[in-house]
Design a protein around this ligand. Structure first.
Ligand code: ZN
Length: 223
């Protein structure tokens, strides 16, 4: 009898606790957590996907399906034109940052400084045969803003190589190249890959602006 009573009252007590406290929890905490959790997950998933899309420069596919595609588009070896002898080197991607040297002249493929080019044939080879984009600074000796830009561009070389090849192009020494790319004001920065213009900007930029601008457009072009 006692046992049954205690069991019954114990059950009632448990039920009432569950009914009030538990019910209250379900009504407030429970409901709100049910509402919040899918909401947060949705938000987290959506923002994670958006970030991946943004980084990839695309919007349609999910991050998960996009990444293998991106890897598939990135070749294991890259063609890099030697800044010294203009030989086209095939360089494994992982060796680019490990002091890769030219197979023909054995000099470093990257030395952390811009490459001056004026000869149209040399320029064409670098602009078309490199798998990495060319960042070209069109300048002239008489141009004040170009002199302001020069040390910034110089510093950018060590930051952007080997993802990009930085090129200085004296528009007075190579007027035909300035005309071909319709350069109307200097300094103009031009981003070119496989001979095609990716982006351009005119005027002086700070080092962070320059690096951000170049990386943003180069990554989109390489994706
Ligand atoms: Zn070489």
């Amino acid at each position: 009898m006692n046992g049954m009573f205690f069991r019954a009252s114990a059950l009632t007590a448990v039920n009432s606790i569950a009914g009030t406290r538990g019910g209250a929890r379900v009504g407030t905490l429970g409901t709100s957590s049910i509402r919040q959790q899918p909401c947060e997950l949705t938000v987290i998933n959506a923002s994670a996907e958006t970030e991946r899309h943004y980084a990839d420069g695309t919007r349609q596919s999910t991050g998960r399906s996009r990444q293998p595609m991106l890897r598939g588009n990135m070749p294991e070896t890259l063609h890099v034109v030697c800044p010294h002898c203009d030989a086209v080197n095939r360089v494994p991607r992982e060796r680019l940052r490990a002091g890769a040297k030219c197979g023909a002249c054995h000099r470093p493929l990257f030395e952390g400084r811009p490459l001056p080019l004026t000869d149209p044939n040399r320029f064409a080879k670098h602009a078309e045969k490199n798998d990495i984009p060319l960042l070209i600074d069109f300048w002239a000796a008489w141009c004040g803003p170009c002199r302001t830009m020069a040390p910034i561009f110089e510093q950018a070389a060590s930051r952007l190589e080997p993802d990009l090849r930085l090129v200085k192009l004296d528009s007075d020494a190579a007027p035909e190249l300035a005309a071909r790319y319709s350069i109307r004001s200097i300094p103009t920065l031009l981003l070119v890959r496989h001979g095609r213009e990716i982006a351009r900007t005119a005027g002086v930029m700070s080092l962070p602006q320059l690096i951000g601008w170049a990386r943003d457009h180069a990554e989109r072009a390489m994706a």
